[in-house]
Design a protein around this ligand. Structure first.
Ligand SMILES: Nc1ncnc2c1ncn2[C@@H]1O[C@H](COP(=O)(O)OP(=O)(O)OP(=O)(O)O)[C@@H](O)[C@H]1O
Ligand SMILES: [Mg+2]
Length: 368
């Protein structure tokens, strides 16, 4: 029985190019109306995944289902998808109107019906009055709006966007981000958007799929991905993360980082590791607290090595001497007001507190 809430199912999809594995056993589902971002570094397989979903590329193994129907062998024409490609590829010799109308021509619509639909679409993407312009006369952001209008012209059930914003400057990108999200919600269209911009994924997505070297390494909401990254790779790829290497497990919830023990509550599935196991502890810079109260647990003496001014806060590198010749560095994001109030300067000694519930534990050597 198929679940009516699920629009798309990818079941253990692999894609090889010759001997190279571009996708390895990728499994996930997209709910109807959901906005999914596929995030990962260059070359990790994002475009390949989108092309397999669209039917532009046939998977080597595994299956693709749309509304419970096996479409694994069906071509793009029978999947009702709208696509905005990585390089936006408008037809340069056609006007904005003609570009948008392109997919409508093959449908049996009257001339007037097409004109009306294109007018609607131009309005929808904020390009009223620009229909007669050729792509060369439009800005990057306007061209991307045309590409988007062209993709949704045929009322697809699934919208696939491959880095639609990456070629645009920062301001336009942020504006279009909001517009795409609103449009997607208004139309209620299931959308998969590829990006390698973590901020884009965190702000736009209902759910993020993180891909590393063809493997799906985490599938979760933006908050889950940011707060509970499944692997050191995810932790380091999305946001900044401090890693304390060479830690050793003493018992469940207690770890030795050399001269000091740290208590941890979020053990990330490492709770089962035997005592003595080598682990890596991790904490985000904004979770590193400044505390002088000696009764607090997880307190470390550190020395300020470097301070970088970032407007509302300072990013401060803190050195922790473990023993003679061994030390590690922890980066803390400290509000500018706190820095002023405490008079923190380079070489100050600074006690820091690592909250038990903000520390993560990873098995050493796993998934970095
Ligand atoms: N047609 C092909 N033939 C051979 N190798 C390919 C082909 N298409 C993609 N690849 C390889 O598969 C891997 C994944 O490519 P893909 O285009 O999916 O990456 P991506 O995550 O979209 O990267 P980017 O962020 O740079 O766009 C790359 O190593 C690429 O070289
Ligand atoms: Mg790509």
């Amino acid at each position: 029985m198929s679940n009516p809430d699920i629009y798309l199912t990818m079941d253990a999809v692999s894609k090889n190019f010759g001997r190279f594995t571009a996708l390895a056993e990728v499994t996930f589902q997209a709910r109807r109306g959901e906005f999914i971002c596929v995030l990962g570094p260059s070359g990790c397989g994002k475009t390949t995944l989108l092309r397999v979903v669209a039917g532009l590329e046939k998977q080597t193994r595994g299956k693709v289902f749309i509304e419970g129907r096996d479409v694994s062998s069906l071509p793009v024409s029978s999947r009702n998808v709208g696509i905005v490609f990585q390089s936006y590829a408008l037809f340069p010799n056609l006007t904005a109107r003609q570009n948008i109308a392109y997919g409508l021509k093959s449908r049996s619509l009257s001339r007037q019906a097409i004109v009306k639909r294109v007018d609607e679409l131009l309005d929808l993407v904020g390009l009223r009055g620009m229909g007669r312009k050729h792509p060369a006369k439009l800005s990057g952001g306007q061209q991307q709006r045309v590409a988007l209008a062209r993709a949704i012209a045929v009322s697809p059930d699934l919208l696939l966007l491959d880095e639609p914003l990456s070629a645009l400057d920062a301001k336009v990108r942020v504006m279009l981000r909001g517009e795409i999200r609103q449009l997607q919600q208004r139309l209620g269209i299931t959308t998969i958007m590829v990006t390698h911009d973590q901020e884009e994924a965190l702000t736009m997505a209902d759910r993020i799929l993180v891909i590393d070297q063809g493997r799906l390494v985490q599938n979760g909401t933006p908050r889950q991905i940011y707060d509970k990254p499944a692997t050191p790779f995810v932790a380091g790829f999305i946001g900044a993360m401090n890693f304390i290497e060479d830690a050793r497990k003493i018992e469940k919830g207690l770890y030795d980082i050399g001269e000091t023990h740290l208590s941890v509550s979020g053990e990330n599935g490492t709770g089962r590791l035997p005592a003595g196991s080598r682990v890596t502890l991790a904490i985000r810079p904004e979770d590193v607290m400044l505390k002088r109260d000696p009764s607090v647990s997880n307190l470390l003496q550190t020395r300020v090595e470097a301070m970088e001014y970032r407007g509302s806060m300072f990013r401060i590198d803190l050195k922790r001497q473990v023993s003679e010749g061994t030390s590690f560095t922890i980066t803390a994001d400290v509000p500018a007001e706190t820095v002023r109030r405490l008079g923190i300067t380079p070489r100050s000694t600074l006690p820091i507190h690592l909250p038990v519930d903000r520390l993560r534990v990873y098995e050493a050597g796993k998934g970095s």
